[in-house]
Design a protein. Structure first.
Length: 112
């Protein structure tokens, strides 16, 4: 059995300049833990594979295509491949989100 605690995972360098920690990285999927401080957000971007976001803690403003919604903890949001998406923390509290990409992208994510 392999176990990984978020606190033990290394922070990944990323274009969004947020706390992102890769927890799982196989050909079939990739899982990244994001922690966004109050007011932080990702840049709008397009991922070449299907993605889902699972809000672990806090409230997220999630944009997928033309839709934007405030999403609370314990909620999953799907984002199909090649669609603009973004996650923001509009609150004064920490936001933690698990991002899963399937399969693991082999092409570069496009930042807008």
């Amino acid at each position: 059995m392999i176990t990984i605690k978020v606190s033990d995972a290394s922070t990944m360098k990323n274009v969004h300049q947020v706390d992102a920690r890769k927890l799982y990285d196989k050909d079939t999927a990739q899982a990244v833990h994001l922690e966004l401080q109050a007011g932080e957000s990702l840049k709008r971007h397009i991922t070449p594979v299907d993605v889902f976001f699972f809000v672990l803690e806090g409230q997220a403003e999630i944009e997928v295509g033309e839709e934007k919604q405030i999403v609370e903890a314990n909620t999953l949001v799907e984002s199909p491949k090649d669609i603009v998406h973004c996650i923001a923390n509009p609150t004064d509290s920490i936001l933690r989100v698990l991002v899963v990409k399937a399969p693991r992208p082999t092409a570069t994510t496009r930042v807008l």
